[in-house]
Design a binder for this molecule. Structure first.
Ligand SMILES: CC(C)(COP(=O)(O)OP(=O)(O)OC[C@H]1O[C@@H](n2cnc3c(N)ncnc32)[C@H](O)[C@@H]1OP(=O)(O)O)[C@@H](O)C(=O)NCCC(=O)NCCS
Length: 195
């Protein structure tokens, strides 16, 4: 049984590593080039994307960025799955969005500086195979409308954040946060409800 599990992790890891070799780095942001690299890339014509934001997409990536959305300097966005960013969203300096499966960010959201949003973790269950070779565990991240995520916060795989939510600075969101609430801390817990 243990042997079977080991083989499974080894093969998944191998596959993940091979897949990542076929990604393309784009160090400058040019919507036309992004559209060529990804499978389906839609960027609203009035979205404002800094030339100092970094995008890493592969040929399977699906990405859409809504109208009036602003992506600032040194934001890093990596997509191997499906990323949807709504309209009038602001993603500020040094934030990271790494999407291996599916990440949805609703409309009118504010993502402050150095926020990290990821929908996957490395597998780490075997001690005799390097973690880097054990592949990933993935789960969708869904962020609703009108969500403000404070600086230096992290949102982890499988998390659902409802509408009208504030996440305090330096929070670590590992579980769902319902609509109309303020959550802070590591792990993030609700401290206030909105009327
Ligand atoms: C979450 C936040 C909006 C709450 O502000 P607030 O409504 O004025 O809350 P309060 O200051 O009344 O704090 C309420 C309680 O939560 C605690 N708290 C507030 N923010 C916290 C945080 N980020 N982490 C841990 N605890 C926090 C307070 O210490 C206080 O605890 P107490 O009741 O035991 O004294 C604010 O603290 C915050 O984190 N803002 C994000 C700032 C930021 O990242 N800005 C980026 C620019 S877009």
């Amino acid at each position: 049984m243990f042997f079977k599990k080991k083989i499974k992790f080894f093969l998944f890891g191998l596959l993940d590593n091979l897949k990542s070799r076929y990604e393309y780095y784009l160090t400058e942001t040019c919507c036309a080039r992004l559209q060529k690299v990804g499978k389906e890339v839609n960027i609203a014509p009035d979205a404002v994307i800094s030339p100092y934001a970094n995008f890493l997409l592969n040929h399977k990536s699906v990405m859409s960025i809504g109208a009036e959305t602003q992506i600032r300097n040194y934001v890093s966005i990596k997509v191997r799955g499906e990323l949807t960013i709504g309209r009038n969203v602001e993603i500020v300096y040094f934030s990271i969005i790494h999407c291996d499966k599916r990440i949805v960010i609703g409309d009118n959201c504010m993502i402050a500086e150095s926020v990290s949003i990821r929908d996957h973790d490395h597998n780490y269950h075997l001690s005799d195979i390097p973690f880097v070779e054990q592949g990933f565990k993935r789960a969708d991240v869904i962020i609703g409308n009108n969500v403000w995520i404070g600086a230096k916060s992290s949102v982890f795989k499988g998390v659902n954040i409802g509408d009208n939510v504030v996440i305090g600075a330096n929070s670590v969101v590992v579980k769902d946060i319902p609509s109309d609430s303020v959550a802070v801390g590591a792990p993030a817990r609700i401290i206030k409800k909105l009327e």
